[in-house]
Design a protein around this ligand. Structure first.
Ligand SMILES: [Zn+2]
Length: 221
């Protein structure tokens, strides 16, 4: 493997990419750049952006591309300038969510001279599988941890982090889940096709136990 490595994880909600992101970050000592963290940071800014992002998040809407990219372009510029010998690479979580973001991400990879080391990892599960997992997944009432409906997690009786009670999420209704899955088919599938055409895509079977998914990723990157 060439160093540094830059990865982004794609997949339908419920595919377990959060877990795989954690495993990959730990295994290779990657720098984690998550859209969720970026949005939370913007929402703390005392200006128009901060105010409006707070509203956007609370209404469950998507944040605009340029704001997210502005944040991570700042971060990437600092990383490149530091030229840290311990820098192992980056893992993007939650981006890109639409075609224009994928195109911008490729442009950025070329700009930062990481395009030869860039891989988009699709943790592939069918729409039916995603629907089944999302209707059955639970959340800790106390710490908010999401408990996926896969492997040993299915039998978990209490939160494995804090011991809190596990409940089905209010917003995991069949209608809301179908909307989320529609959004993937309409917006993220073009991203997957774009990365495939450009030679960046690695496709992983997400319908197997967590360890097997991770093994398959390691064998293909
Ligand atoms: Zn908990």
């Amino acid at each position: 493997m060439n160093s540094p490595q830059v990865f982004t994880l794609l997949g339908r909600a419920g595919c377990g990419k959060g877990t795989q992101a954690k495993l990959l970050t730990e295994k290779f000592g990657l720098t984690y750049i998550g859209s969720g963290e970026i949005l939370r940071a913007i929402s703390k800014e005392e200006n128009f952006n901060g105010k409006k992002i707070k509203e956007t998040i609370s209404q469950g809407k998507l944040a605009p591309t340029f704001l997210i990219f502005q944040q991570w372009v700042n971060q990437l510029g600092k990383i490149k300038l530091a030229d840290d010998k311990n820098f192992k690479g980056i893992l993007f979580d939650g981006s890109p969510r639409k075609l224009i973001e994928a195109q911008m991400m490729e442009e950025a990879m070329v700009w930062y001279e990481w395009d030869k080391n860039f891989k988009a990892i699709l943790v592939d599960i069918s729409r039916e599988e995603a629907f089944g997992r999302l209707t059955k997944r639970r959340q800790c009432k106390d710490c908010g941890q999401l408990i996926p409906y896969v492997g040993d997690y299915k039998n978990l009786e209490k939160c494995d982090k804090c011991g809190g009670e596990l409940v089905v999420r209010q917003d995991d209704t069949p209608e809301a889940i179908n909307l989320r899955l529609d959004l993937f088919d309409q917006e993220v599938m073009p991203v997957v096709e774009f990365f495939e055409k450009r030679g960046y895509l690695i496709k992983i079977n997400g319908e197997q136990p967590i360890e097997k998914v991770f093994e398959e990723i390691l064998s293909k990157i």
